[in-house]
Design a protein around this ligand. Structure first.
Ligand code: GLY
Ligand code: MN
Ligand code: MN
Length: 479
């Protein structure tokens, strides 16, 4: 909640003002990425920018949803990758040449540091309203920073870093239009410097560090893979519970509730993206997420839903029959999509071009649609009417993460072929109308080939039907 709202001020005035007790920061999760991981990422970025440069990377900021309510805070991907720090209004300063700062334990001494994390100050009263803050000490102790400061020290230390180190380049991501007032204030010294340097043609070149960080994010470390695997397993279990719970008469949002219950129950902080549960005419809408329709007997249900665990998002889709038994037309489309998925996954290993993996799926879909008469000729335009998206994408901190044209071990990609037949599709047997099928799995490229991280949820039609014959957690009445 926005602390300084009128309601909050009135509420505060009604009670005796008390500065409160300092709240100690407590970190509950024990399986976060280790601080050594984030430190190694900062070491890499420092090496990439070189000794003649400094870098500033900033956190996300809180955004207003409506009135006094904010969206649940989620850290910026690159900032999280480099710091593991989960709070808003924080800045990371990297100074490869070293910056002389006062020693926090013995302030009469100075010490040279190559990085400083600037964070919100401790504030007992605000923390009792809005939640605990790490503060500089907490950031150093729990996040492994050699040096952290409150953000009011940023101006002076940034200027010191820029001028005393004789930096020739400043790396900073471009500042978006919608920065909060807090963030604008924090970044003011940089904005003033940029304006001044424009006027007098400064020697300091401004560059964006983001592409360097993106290139580091392509190959996942073993620690990242463990977290992505957990996000994916949670998503697979959620799909299983949704399939077991699904029955005609339920609303799409009731299945969404099953997914979100399982995410939270298993410790995932957020959905990786809004849950897509589309029955019948909604199964053909790729990113449908209003989820308000009632599910009817004979519908196909396409559910593209996955959890985000410790900032890593999975991305899994299952398509199932509302009544637990695939109809003959649903079965024919499903088989084509599953064949395309299996054929493309079988190709995935280090050294293979992603373009070739995609081409394989295209080929299988084209052949399959031709065989069942949905398309009457074999050409790209014919089957692309019904298979309207690419085969997949890398996953990681972002559900649509960064990748490279040729697969390497420890890359993670979704493989998600889909066929979508809208009502009234010209020249198509109406039996296929409103059938959308997508099957999406998270595939980790391994040195020997690949591993399906979402294999805890079945894809074979007979296995799906067997699972749907069971009862799930979504079948309990809520009273
Ligand atoms: N869930 C979004 C996608 O599959 O890309
Ligand atoms: Mn996807
Ligand atoms: Mn998806």
């Amino acid at each position: 909640m926005r602390f300084m709202s009128k309601v909050a001020i009135l509420f505060l005035l009604a009670f005796v003002y008390s500065p409160g007790q300092e709240l100690k920061y407590i970190e509950y999760d024990t399986d976060l990425l280790p601080t050594s991981f984030h430190k190694s990422r900062r070491d890499s970025l420092r090496a990439k920018i070189g000794n003649d440069a400094i870098a500033v990377v900033y956190s996300n900021w809180e955004r207003v949803r409506n009135g006094d309510v904010e969206y649940q805070f989620r850290q910026d991907d690159n900032f999280y990758y480099l710091t593991g720090f989960p709070e808003p209004d924080a800045l990371l300063l990297l100074v490869p040449k070293g910056l002389s700062v006062r020693n926090r334990e013995d302030t009469s001494k100075t010490v040279s540091v190559t990085e400083v994390l600037f964070v919100r100050p401790k504030d007992p009263l605000r923390e009792q309203w809005d939640g605990r803050r790490y503060g500089p000490e907490g950031a150093m102790k729990l996040k492994g920073f050699l040096h952290a400061e409150t953000s009011d020290k940023f101006r002076q230390m940034f200027q010191q870093a820029l001028f005393s180190s004789g930096a020739r380049a400043l790396y900073i991501p471009p500042m978006p239009e919608d920065l909060s007032q807090e963030m604008l204030d924090l970044l003011r010294p940089i904005r003033s410097m940029l304006e001044a340097s424009k006027a007098r043609h400064s020697q300091v070149e401004v560059r964006d560090p983001s592409p360097m960080v993106y290139s580091m994010r392509i190959i996942k470390s073993p620690e990242e893979i463990a977290i992505l695997a957990k996000a994916t397993q949670i998503s697979a279990f959620a799909h299983n519970q949704a399939m077991m719970s699904c029955q005609p008469g339920m609303f799409e949002y009731e299945l969404q509730a099953v997914y979100e219950y399982v995410y939270k129950k298993m410790g995932a902080e957020y959905p990786g993206y809004p849950c897509i549960v589309g029955a019948a005419e909604n199964s053909i809408v790729l990113h449908y997420n209003t989820n308000r329709r009632q599910i009817k007997n004979g519908d196909v249900v396409l559910a593209d839903c996955a959890a985000e665990y410790h900032n890593y998002s999975s991305d899994v889709t299952r398509t199932y029959p509302a009544n637990g038994k695939f109809s003959a037309p649903q079965r024919r489309i499903y088989e084509i999509v599953l064949d395309a998925q299996n054929a493309s996954i079988a190709m995935m290993r280090p050294g293979v071009a992603w373009r070739d993996v995609q081409a394989k799926a295209d080929q299988v879909i084209e052949d399959g649609l031709f065989k069942i008469g949905v398309i009457k000729e074999k050409n790209v335009r014919a089957h692309r009417r019904f298979a309207i998206h690419g085969l997949g994408h890398p996953v990681g901190l972002n559900v649509h993460d960064v990748g490279a044209p040729v697969l390497q071990a420890s890359m993670a990609y979704t493989v998600e072929p889909g066929v979508y037949i809208p009502e009234g599709a010209e020249g198509v047997d109406p039996a296929y109308y409103n059938i959308g099928v997508r099957i999406e799995d998270v595939i980790l490229v391994t040195p020997e080939g690949n591993k399906n991280l979402s294999s805890d949820s079945p894809r074979e039609m007979n296995e799906i039907e067997a699972l749907m014959a069971k009862k799930g957690i979504g079948n309990q009445p809520v009273k």
